[in-house]
Design a protein around this ligand. Structure first.
Ligand code: FAD
Length: 457
């Protein structure tokens, strides 16, 4: 191997799944190609490791850390078109482009995600109901395939490979660089409105009712207080504010970057620190704090989009056993009923979710991409047997309603559920067979879900 690999134990963000791999960190395309040419397999790209489960893990194989391939290659101010390497992060984009009045078209709930990771998971944001997922804004990318060839992929060139790679979780090759469009903004602030709601039914209704009026919407749901408080929520709606609006409100630097250094947790909290009691207390406090904030206010993008980033490695709060996130997408038809049924099952099981959010989803293209027009519900849990047992029950409900689990968050789905949830898997597998017939690109996720076995059969 040309670059000296380091043997490392890696985890997903949830720290529940882990694997030992040889990790290389190429800095140039030539080094990346040398890694592939060296012939060691299985191989997998990794960004900042923000996928929760085992999507970025490759126990016993090679992990190619892309974070040093992080150069911005070109930017056209007129069109907002940006070309950059896959290791560039959303944090880098904000730092460079927010002061110039440009913003990513889709942004996840943390800015510590690489663009390669964002495309491989085809991430969605709080604006999916309007603007779809990240791939909808990507014009093209270059992919390094298993035989060492570089393919330029777009909707017109190698289009099947384009659609198999977005949401393909790194299994078709390594995204080297990509071209996509930033959107112009007038200020780095959003005008946010908060609606406290007393029931889940009202929350879903409100998200439906206001989807045309607001570009960004999300509802935090209290899934820890059982009884009459169960399912109450705080729904947040926002649009970008104009420069004139924020200046009128006394904000003197409408396009400033907020560089607050995140607090870090220096050690793992004891297992059990996040328990029913602490979660219930947090939910009560959160609801009461936001219940009174009903006046519209201006919030900086950092506060609106990345509240969790204020606490650097907050995943350590869950202790050594880690956390699990259950995120499902539920199609519009009966979607409301499905969300309610899932939360009713949660209430029956008495497993408290420490954080639960509901979003609306809009149109979507792709083969293994997660969103379907409807709703997405994401819930965090301490990694415990009771949580995993609950997930099995929830998978049944999600399947019954024609929904699916997000591969970037998953740590427990069965191969059978995966095949039923992703009906375009066979089309995807045909593309994989063409570009990577020997299964050089593989992950713990692909092995657990039977993807590698399907390729070999
Ligand atoms: C706090 C938090 C909030 C989040 N909020 C959202 C959200 O709102 N919406 C959303 O959609 N997701 C969200 N996520 C999930 C996150 O956006 C995805 O898991 C994303 O893929 C992580 O990117 P990464 O750079 O950390 O990649 P990793 O986690 O390292 O890798 C993720 C996948 O991408 C592949 N990959 C990475 N780089 C490349 C590359 N260059 N070429 C090919 N494949 C590659 C890996 O093989 C792996 O399969 C959130 C995660 C966290 C921790």
């Amino acid at each position: 191997m040309p670059l000296r690999p380091a043997r490392m134990r890696l985890t997903g963000w949830g720290r529940y799944r882990q694997g030992v791999s040889l990790v290389v960190r190429p800095e140039k395309l030539s080094e990346l190609k040398e890694v592939l040419d060296a012939g060691h397999r299985p191989i997998l790209a990794r960004g900042l490791g923000r996928s929760y489960g085992d999507a970025a893990l490759n126990d016993g194989g090679i992990v190619v850390d892309l974070t040093r391939l992080n150069r911005i290659l070109s930017f056209d101010r007129q069109s907002g078109k940006l070309c950059c390497e896959a290791g560039v992060t959303f944090a880098d984009l904000l730092e460079s482009f927010l002061p110039r009045g440009f913003f990513p078209p889709v942004i996840p709930g943390t800015k510590f995600v690489t663009l390669g990771g964002a495309l491989a998971a085809d991430i969605h944001g709080k604006n999916h109901h309007r603007d779809s997922s990240f791939s909808a804004h990507v014009d093209s990318f270059r992919l390094l395939t298993a035989c060492g060839e570089i393919k330029q992929c777009s909707r017109s060139e190698h289009s099947e490979l384009f659609w198999a790679t977005v949401g393909g979780m790194g299994l078709t090759g390594i995204i080297i660089d990509l071209e996509f469009r930033l959107r112009p903004i007038d200020s780095a602030y959003l005008r946010e409105e908060i609606r406290p709601l007393d029931s889940l039914e009202n929350t879903v209704k409100m998200l439906d009712l206001l989807e045309r009026d607001y570009e960004f919407s999300v509802a935090w749901i209290d899934c820890a207080s059982f009884g009459p408080k169960f399912g109450r929520s705080v729904a947040m709606f926002a649009n970008f504010a104009t420069r004139a609006e924020v200046e009128k409100a006394g904000i003197r630097l409408p396009l400033d970057v907020h560089r607050t250094r995140p607090l870090t947790i220096p050690f793992d909290f004891p297992t059990g620190a996040i328990n029913d009691f602490t979660v219930r207390a947090f939910n009560e406090a959160y609801y009461n704090l936001h219940r009174r904030r009903t006046q519209p206010r201006f919030v900086h993008v950092e506060s609106f989009f990345f509240p969790l980033d204020r606490l650097g490695n907050w995943n350590r709060l869950y202790g050594r056993r880690g956390l699990l996130q259950y995120q499902c997408a539920l199609p519009n038809r009966d979607g409301q009923r499905a969300v309610i049924e899932i939360l009713e099952q949660l209430a029956r099981s008495r497993v408290a979710s420490s954080l639960a959010v509901l979003k609306k989803l809009g149109r979507q293209e792709g083969m293994l991409t997660f969103p379907v027009p409807g709703y997405t519900l994401a819930m965090d849990f301490p990694a415990r047997d009771a949580s995993l047992k609950l997930f099995e029950q929830l998978d049944e409900i999600v399947l019954r309603y024609g929904g699916r689990i997000y591969l970037a968050k998953d740590a427990s789905m069965s191969p059978e559920s995966f095949r039923r949830m992703y009906p375009d898997f066979n089309a995807w597998l045909n593309v994989k067979k063409q570009v990577d017939p020997l299964g050089s690109f593989s992950s713990q996720l692909s092995r657990r879900l039977g993807i590698d076995a399907a390729l070999a059969s």
